[in-house]
Design a binder for this molecule. Sequence first.
Ligand SMILES: [Zn+2]
Length: 389
Amino acid sequence: MIKNYKFRIYPNKMQNNALQTTLKQVRFVYNKQLELKIKIYKDESKNLSQFELNDYLIELKKKYPFLLKLHSQVLQNINQRINLAFKSFYLRAKRGEKPGFPRFKGKNRYDSITYPQSGFSLNDKLYISKIGEINIVKHRYIKGRIKTMTIKRTATNKWFAFFTAMQENKPSKIINRQIVGIDLGLSHFYADSRGNIINNPRYLRNSEQRLIKIQRKHSRKRKGGHNRKKSRLKLAIIHEKITNQRNDFLHKESRKLANDYSFVAVEKLSIKDMSKNRYLAKSIADVSWHKFLQMLAYKVEETGGKLVKINAHGTSQHCICGNKVEKTLAIRTHRCNNCGVEIDRDIMSAIIIEKLAFFGTTAGSAESNAWGYERMLSSVNQELSLHSS
Ligand SMILES: [Zn+2]
């Protein structure tokens, strides 16, 4: 079974230029090859096949050396497109419709490049031969072997990568059955239910501090002025640097989690809260969390696992024993009068998130917070009695 996948890609400025140039070049080849096909048909009444057209590419490359830089399969796909256009033309003519004759492609009428088998590879980033490693948002896991890739530009200059993949029938294998809960935070990047705390790396914090400063300066510059233009460029450069640094960090951390755990529980991010906040530091964190969860979902699914998102309001105000432990944001340690536990507040949140998502149920089926704290407590007790008996 063949399945299709579509992902947004984010080429940087240089890659964007390279892609635009490639589009121009493939359009050039399309028009040249179409012209040739029509000419030979008129002169010799010969209908060139896709493979005969491929032979003419050699001539074309000699005449236009810049074509040597294009991937050979991309060029061959152009000939396939031309012959498909003719096939559908003849087919519609046969059915008595009034088909349009295959046309030469104008400036904005050619917007995709196809790699039929090779010339690309997909990991955390999308590598394209002669273009480089492009940032990609993989929100779904591709099952099976990737067959083809098409890069497409939209009318508004956004870029997308389309993949077709041959799906095999065997299900992916679960690497391990470990579970973990994680609590995303502002003071740490996240804390997990095993007691680990992952901090935002210092280089990232430094870059983000710089961004906030430059942003502030930028907004004070006169609109339309020369200085504002200059600072906008500065802003764009640091933005790109941060994006790259952050993506690398998020990939590394999500990979580590996916290697160790098959089932990861997190609190559902509230989109409403995300758009409400006006603080830059918080909005930066929001973007990171959102991306991180996308990467994490993809990576745990790859191992046959699952990312479970739960609605768990108040995880920071309770104890695993069920007792309510209210604390302001300034209080970093969770201290429970009931059971006496003393632990970092974010780690306690992660523990509660894990229990809410997984306890007493098969992993993966606890999507919602149908589990109240009472039920959670009773399942904790059940587990305790199971262990003691
Ligand atoms: Zn307690």
